[in-house]
Write a protein that binds this ligand. Structure first.
Ligand SMILES: NC(=O)c1ccc[n+]([C@@H]2O[C@H](COP(=O)([O-])OP(=O)(O)OC[C@H]3O[C@@H](n4cnc5c(N)ncnc54)[C@H](O)[C@@H]3O)[C@@H](O)[C@H]2O)c1
Length: 447
């Protein structure tokens, strides 16, 4: 794109987005306010919908164990009564359980609703909760398509209620280090970014065993998974996406398999299939999923080679930002190891970060950094991240939401705008693959 054209689209984008505020200053309401912390004189009343593995651990058991001094779990809701009963016991909750969400809200009157259902139902519950007078904390992705995204933005505006999208990756030590380096402008103004994300044959394969393998439930990995990565990039760059072009292929899972069955537990190829996964060894999963199958038919150890799988495992995306930065991103879901490479090209140099998550050679959760100033030498250093529940990131984020709603110097808290702009890159990417053309964000949603 010529400079003139990009300047024009930049101005058009900025005016159409009603005065974009970026970076650390992007959430004035959350920074000023005390939105999700303890109300004066009593505990915050929290209700949760979606008692699967994430709901009953991070947003169930952890909240009850570690935040009972500031909040009270008043209701739990799920469509599966057996999973709901087990989850209540697992969390150590004493509150009532509901199949009917509206009834739960009317009877328990929560201040805040936590949404941890299957992705495609986030928008429904976010909107219902706000209409019924609650603030909302939702797991990513905020929504799985453009209409749901628009509904949330409109209803938030109409009701005056507030939404937090829990982008816990913003709280990982290496993501924070990258943000600090970019904010210092040590490598000058960023002009372009190379970002490659690798999911391994264990974690990557797990998405093909579950509802995530279907666009209608997850929006594809470009939405379900990459929303984390697009959010990081939007935050790191303090920029907003304008246009997206993408390619996607299914090359390993689904119809590519030469053997298949319905599920691992009853599979005749247990001895030979490299992707065989024995759910019976995990007592928590047996209770949460297998023993609850009779209610909703959700099979947690489905075959990764089911022919109906309709998401991609090999994706490439180009994004143009409002400030002329361009990003090349790839996501591959059957790699021998897990983690990411990101390289920021700046007017004064380059920042390379290599982040190791699961590695066959046992290096876990560490990152190597290299900062190279043009015409000078490189400086290298490493950081190690420890802690449980996503390298300790979940707890730091929850502390910020429930205990320390004060200053937010890195602008880590994310609301509906950040939730929308990250999932819209994935949604535009999906539309781009399906319709074989680039998509502008403003074609999809008016923010
Ligand atoms: N930020 C992170 O690191 C992270 C990690 C894991 C999961 N997640 C997110 O958490 C959410 C839940 O993931 P999970 O792994 O626990 O999935 P899961 O399949 O274990 O749980 C989903 C739950 O939603 C329930 N559900 C489905 N449809 C529903 C409906 N219409 N109404 C009410 N409940 C319904 C299911 O019965 C199930 O209990 C997802 O959105 C996922 O993206 C985020």
């Amino acid at each position: 794109m010529s400079k003139r054209k990009s300047e024009l689209s930049r101005r058009k984008f900025l005016s159409s987005s009603m005065g974009v505020v970026l970076g650390a200053a992007s959430l004035p309401l959350l920074k000023r306010g005390f939105l999700f912390g303890k109300p004066a004189g009593r505990k915050l009343k929290v209700a949760l919908v979606g008692t699967g593995v994430r709901g009953c651990s991070t947003w169930g058991r952890t909240l009850i164990k570690k935040y009972s001094d500031v909040l009270e779990m008043v209701g739990l809701c799920d469509i599966n009564p057996k999973r709901l009963d087990y989850a209540k016991q697992y969390m150590g909750a004493t509150c009532p359980v509901y199949i009917d969400f509206v009834r739960m809200i009317k009877e328990t009157k929560p201040d805040t609703v936590v949404v941890t259902t299957t992705d495609c139902f986030h928008a429904k519950y976010i909107c219902l909760a706000m209409k019924l007078g609650c603030n909302v904390i939702t797991e990513k992705p905020m929504a799985t398509d453009e209409k749901m995204t628009q509904d949330i933005i409109d209803i938030e505006k109409k009701t005056g209620k507030k939404l937090i999208v829990t982008f816990n990756y913003r709280y990982s030590p290496e993501a924070i280090k990258i943000k600090e380096i970019l904010m210092s402008r040590e490598i000058g103004e960023i002009t372009s970014v190379d970002f490659n994300y690798y999911l391994d044959v264990y974690h990557g394969a797990s998405y093909f065993r579950r509802w995530h393998g279907f666009k209608q439930f997850s929006g594809s990995l470009l939405v379900h998974k990459a929303t984390h990565h697009f959010d990081l990039m939007n935050w790191w760059l303090a920029a907003e996406p304008v246009e997206v072009n993408a390619y996607g292929e299914l090359r390993k899972y689904g119809y590519n398999g030469s053997i298949r069955s319905v599920r691992c537990m009853t599979c005749p190829h247990k001895e030979t299939c490299e992707f065989f996964w024995d759910i019976t060894k995990n007592e928590h999963y047996m209770n949460l999923y297998v023993k609850a199958e009779s209610e909703d038919g959700y099979i947690r150890d489905s075959c990764v080679f089911r022919k109906k799988i309709n998401i991609w495992d090999t994706m490439n995306v180009q994004v143009q930002y409002h400030n002329r930065v361009t990003m090349s991103y790839s996501l591959n879901a059957f790699m021998p190891y897990e983690g990411y490479f990101v390289g920021f090209n700046g007017t004064k140099g380059r920042l390379d970060a290599r982040v190791y998550h699961n590695q066959p050679w046992k290096i876990q959760n560490m990152a190597d950094f290299r900062i190279t100033h043009s015409f000078k030498k490189s400086r290298t250093f490493g950081i190690r991240s420890g802690g449980s529940e996503h390298w300790g990131a979940d707890q730091v984020m929850q502390d910020q939401i429930f205990r320390k709603p004060g200053p937010d110097p890195l602008g880590q808290r994310a609301g509906s705008r950040q939730g929308a702009l990250s999932n819209l890159i994935g949604i535009a990417g999906r539309r781009s693959i399906e319709q074989e053309r680039p998509f502008k964000i403003e074609e999809l949603v008016k923010i």
